[in-house]
Design a binder for this molecule. Structure first.
Ligand code: ADP
Ligand code: MN
Length: 172
């Protein structure tokens, strides 16, 4: 089962994914690393210091990787970790953070003022959540505000356990 873990940068996708790998043995694809390593982008946006992801190329590259990982992962769970995950997956878990808290997290990370503003604004208008509702069959929202990464990982675990129990019922 492929599950997208998405959200604005700074909402905690990477921290939570590392915890889920450790605690549950679920496999995680860190999509942003894969995009850079395998040049899965159409162009480089010099001004924004970012790449423009090639979603079709990503999709075709992921097919084989996901099949292999599902075999290795506990319960066949594969998590696609990226702010782009909901472009690809049918199931999306969207991490959220109150914009002032998100700003603090991105300041700690040394992001430029412009990047901080851009991301805080995207979070304030629910951009990724709206996209996920448009593109995915099932969308789950997790609020990380005032919570620790460990607590948030627990919230995500409960959602995935719920999805797994649904799958078992289907098979019976
Ligand atoms: P992303 O991958 O979404 O950009 P990261 O996991 O890299 O986010 O960074 C999130 C930062 O916020 C980390 O420093 C993490 O410790 C911190 N953080 C604070 N609260 C939470 C929470 N509830 N869940 C996840 N991360 C949190
Ligand atoms: Mn990350």
């Amino acid at each position: 089962m492929l599950i997208g873990l998405t959200g604005t940068p700074g909402t905690g996708k990477t921290s939570v994914s590392r915890l889920l790998e450790k605690r549950r043995g679920w496999k995680v694809i860190y999509l942003n690393d894969l995009i850079k390593e395998e040049h899965l982008y159409t162009e480089i946006d010099e001004e924004r210091n970012a790449v423009v992801a090639d979603i079709e190329l990503i999709r075709s590259r992921l097919t084989g990787i996901i099949n292999e990982m599902e075999k290795e992962s506990t319960n066949g769970i594969v998590i696609l970790e990226s702010h782009l995950a909901h472009h690809i997956t049918d199931i999306a878990i969207v991490l959220r953070a109150y914009p002032p808290e998100l700003k603090k997290r991105l300041e700690m990370r040394g992001y430029s003022e412009e990047k901080i503003k851009e991301n805080a604004e995207a979070e304030a208008i629910d951009l990724i959540l709206a996209e996920a509702f448009e593109w995915c069959d099932r969308v789950y929202e997790v609020n990380t505000t005032g919570r620790t990464a460990e607590e948030t990982a627990g919230d995500v675990e409960r959602i995935i356990d719920h999805l797994l129990s649904g799958k078992e019922e289907e098979l019976q």
